[in-house]
Write a protein that binds this ligand. Structure first.
Ligand SMILES: *Cc1c(COP(=O)(O)O)cnc(C)c1O
Length: 330
């Protein structure tokens, strides 16, 4: 199965549960999501693949209409991991409605939450019935506990569902607050050598779940990470995610690196990884004339970080975050 490379491991774990073999598709600079050109390349290399698992990272819609077309051309099903993107739209249509099926998460940190739980979207009643059955130990329609296939305990409790329905009333308000936070960061970083996580403004409206920045390549201080540790060099006028995160922490502010790519994870890195030009294994991190790397995802991981984005954050608190980031480049 082809899947997004920059994501939470949950995306890939679900492929493994079903005995699938994930092949990671590189990330594009425009949206930090699956690169449609790399997906085309992947179908050239693996024409038999029949499933694409697509993430809308941080609530930013991927180029999902384009990807849908590519899937159709190759007779592949599209599964949208819309866990982070409830309420975001692409060409006026909700993310989660482009795929053959889609998953939404109500985990504690998402745009609306039941503390846990989630939702599967499908437009086919028989699929909904089948999934409902699997999620409740695959109980057949009989007067007793009749079982004809393996079942799971994946159902959402009625209490969680009640919480989610209560939150649903507030989704527009949450998105509006998240957008304010994003815009305030964007304005606050005018003149600072960082860029907000980008989106396709002509086609999409994100839910702005997470505000992120990427340090401009020219302003990156030297930084190195292995599987568990990192180090950086303090350089005048420059900074890097590891430095910014460390300084934020000293002020009791929580940031995170962006999702570490699946093709760099010890458990998953032996699988194939495809960029626009073919296999991305060992591809250069050097910039071309357009300041792009062959391994775009690795470049974004190197320079990117998630900023505090909670809707409970005050304007004053956010102002301090902006000030801290600014001073890192002093
Ligand atoms: C949160 C998340 C999930 C998992 O959702 P759960 O409800 O925690 O199982 C899957 N994919 C992505 C991209 C996520 O952010």
């Amino acid at each position: 199965m082809f899947c997004s490379d920059m994501t939470l491991a949950a995306t890939v774990n679900s492929i493994l549960y079903e005995g699938g073999e994930p092949v990671y598709i590189d990330t594009e600079y425009d949206t930090w999501n699956m690169d449609p050109k790399a997906l085309e390349k992947a179908f050239e290399l693996y024409p038999d693949v029949k499933i694409v698992v697509l993430v809308h990272l941080y609530g930013t819609p991927s180029k999902v209409a384009e990807i849908r077309k590519i899937c159709d051309a190759h007779g592949a099903l599209l599964v949208e991991d819309a866990a982070e993107s409830l309420g975001a739209t692409y060409q006026g249509k909700q993310t989660g409605t482009f795929g053959d099926v889609a998953a939404i998460s109500f985990n504690g940190n998402k745009i609306i939450t039941g503390s846990t739980g989630g939702m599967l979207l499908t437009s086919k009643a028989h699929e909904a019935d089948q999934v409902r059955k699997w999620s409740t130990q695959a109980r057949e329609a009989a007067g007793w506990y009749q079982h004809e296939e393996v079942g799971y305990n994946y159902r959402m409790s009625n209490i969680i569902a009640g919480l989610v329905r209560g939150q649903w009333e507030h989704i527009d308000e949450h998105i509006a607050r998240k957008k304010e936070i994003y815009e305030r960061y964007r304005k606050g970083f005018a003149g600072v050598p960082v860029k907000m996580n980008p989106y396709d403004a002509a086609n999409s409206e994100p839910n702005f779940w997470m505000s992120c920045i990427a340090v401009d390549p020219e302003a990156m201080a030297a930084q190195s990470r292995d599987d568990h540790q990192s180090c950086y060099r303090s350089e005048e006028g420059k900074s890097c995610p590891e430095e910014i995160l460390e300084v934020l922490k000293t002020f009791h502010m929580e940031g995170r690196p962006v999702w570490k790519l699946m093709h760099l994870q010890p458990i998953y890195r032996s699988n194939a990884f495809i960029t626009e030009t073919g296999s991305g294994r060992g591809s250069s991190y050097a910039y071309n004339a357009d300041m792009k790397c062959a391994d775009a995802g690795a470049d974004i991981f190197n320079r990117g970080l998630c900023l505090p984005s909670d809707i409970g954050m005050t304007e004053e608190e956010q102002g301090k975050v902006i000030e801290v980031v600014k001073r890192c480049f002093g």
